[in-house]
Write a protein that binds this ligand. Structure first.
Ligand code: ADE
Length: 427
């Protein structure tokens, strides 16, 4: 039924899962309730998420809620084969690290063969396949949830073009998601993966962060924490994210103490480049020409097109592998550019990319579990559009995470409650 790399890795995968389970207490509290209430009884859930240990705990939670789960990875490089082997005994799993694009599509197709009632996606490839190639399945789909910025952007474009046929909850856009996961999660996991892949000292290096959205903010903050000298590149004309434009982001970067410049300027001075824009070819051929010898380039955005990897390969006179996630390209000008993880999202591409820490994914996957429950209960009456996570769920996740860490908040006094809701008291 399942297809994974090696079922013999099951025991190692179980150890990995057990560590994640221990560090995801908010999700554990949701699982406890799901075990009693079975909100997904009789339902099938198709999932395309990075198939690693934290995802495994979400899948177990959905299963505990009564769902039959079929899961693939949302990226060809990000499956942890040990975890896939451990999960394959409990549910349908179609995933292995290093899938080629045909195999990747096959895995998504197998997951859709389960005839899902709910779809959980990261990047929108599964939802798109459902709409493009498997339309006959749409009638049984109550709704979907989307994990990431790139996926939500694609879904909004589908909605604008009248192509979206099911309600989708934009889990990514919940405050407790992007504030926490995109910033602190990507900040730590990108820095961690770059260090594992290269073993370089970050202190004193000029690190160029391309894109100052929530992920870019996190990377810049953590790089600075490691002693790097951070440069931020932003773009005018980037799509508005709510009220936030490239100018606002550049202004924030500047007054956070970072240097802000164009990519052409930054290309000449950077030692390490990290992209997190959600856009295409933000590091292009002309930028490679300008880079210093030995410059390192990594991408932390969802898709592998932020860096023009094909362009780099065409320009290169020679290339050689320096490590499992590191390749060196010798250019015609005699300088070498080092590319991490083939330009795929560095923080998840195995083996150096381990994904966000479990404590971070605890919040993100609590939101996923509650959003999926919402679709199970109310998807039938929701319009085929992109929906926000209801604010009560968003707040509930922040509360569950804090409670599980033993953090307590003050309560407003009656007088304060009255004051903040009234307009009479002034100077
Ligand atoms: N682990 C599983 N899914 C992830 C995601 N979207 N980002 C980072 N780590 C993850």
């Amino acid at each position: 039924m399942s297809k994974v790399k090696d079922l013999g890795l099951k025991a190692e995968g179980e150890d990995e899962l057990s560590w994640a389970r221990e560090n995801m207490p908010a999700l554990a509290s949701i699982r406890k309730r799901f075990e009693k209430e079975k909100p997904f009884r009789g339902m099938r859930i198709a999932v395309a998420l990075h198939l690693e240990k934290k995802t495994g705990i979400l899948l177990e939670t959905l299963k505990a809620g009564g769902a039959a789960v079929a899961a693939a990875s949302c990226n060809p490089l990000t499956t942890d084969d040990r975890v896939a082997a451990a999960l394959a005994g409990q549910m349908e799993v179609y995933a292995w690290a290093g899938e080629n694009s045909k195999e990747y599509e096959w895995c998504l197709g197998k997951v859709l063969d389960s005839k899902p009632n709910i779809v959980i996606d990261d990047g929108c490839d599964l939802i798109l396949m459902l709409h493009d190639k498997r339309k006959e399945l749409l009638k049984d789909v109550r709704g979907a949830c989307e994990e990431t910025t790139t996926g939500v952007r694609r879904l909004r474009a589908m909605e604008t073009d009248g192509k979206l046929k099911v309600p989708v909850i934009a889990v990514n856009d919940a405050y407790s998601k992007h504030l926490f996961d995109n910033r602190f999660g990507t900040g730590q996991s990108a820095v961690d993966a770059i260090m594992r892949a290269t073993n370089v000292v970050l202190a004193g290096k000029r690190v160029v962060v391309v894109g100052f959205g929530w992920c870019g903010r996190g990377i810049a903050e953590r790089m600075r924490g490691m002693g790097a000298r951070v440069i931020v590149v932003e773009a005018a004309g980037a799509p508005l994210n709510g009220t936030e434009s490239g100018y606002h982001r550049a202004l924030e970067a500047l007054y956070s103490g970072y240097d802000v410049m164009t990519m052409d300027e930054a290309a000449r001075v950077g030692d390490i480049f990290v992209t997190a824009t959600g856009n295409k070819h933000v590091i292009a051929r002309r930028h490679f020409e300008l880079m210093k010898d030995g410059a390192m380039v990594a991408n932390a955005g969802h898709f592998d097109l932020e860096v023009d990897v094909q362009g780099l390969r065409q320009m290169a006179k020679k290339s050689r592998k320096l490590g499992p996630n590191l390749e060196e390209y010798l250019l015609g000008n005699g300088r070498r550019v080092r590319l991490l993880s083939e330009g795929r999202l560095v923080n998840l591409a195995r083996p150096s990319g381990q994904g966000h820490p479990a404590e971070i994914m605890d919040a993100s996957f609590s939101l996923q579990a509650l959003s999926a429950e919402r679709i199970a209960k109310q998807g039938g009456s929701m319009l085929p559009a992109v929906h926000d996570v209801p604010p009560q769920l968003d707040e509930m996740v922040a509360r569950l995470v804090l409670e599980s860490r033993g953090v307590r908040l003050d309560r407003l006094t009656k007088e304060q409650e009255h004051y903040v809701n009234s307009w009479r008291e002034g100077t």
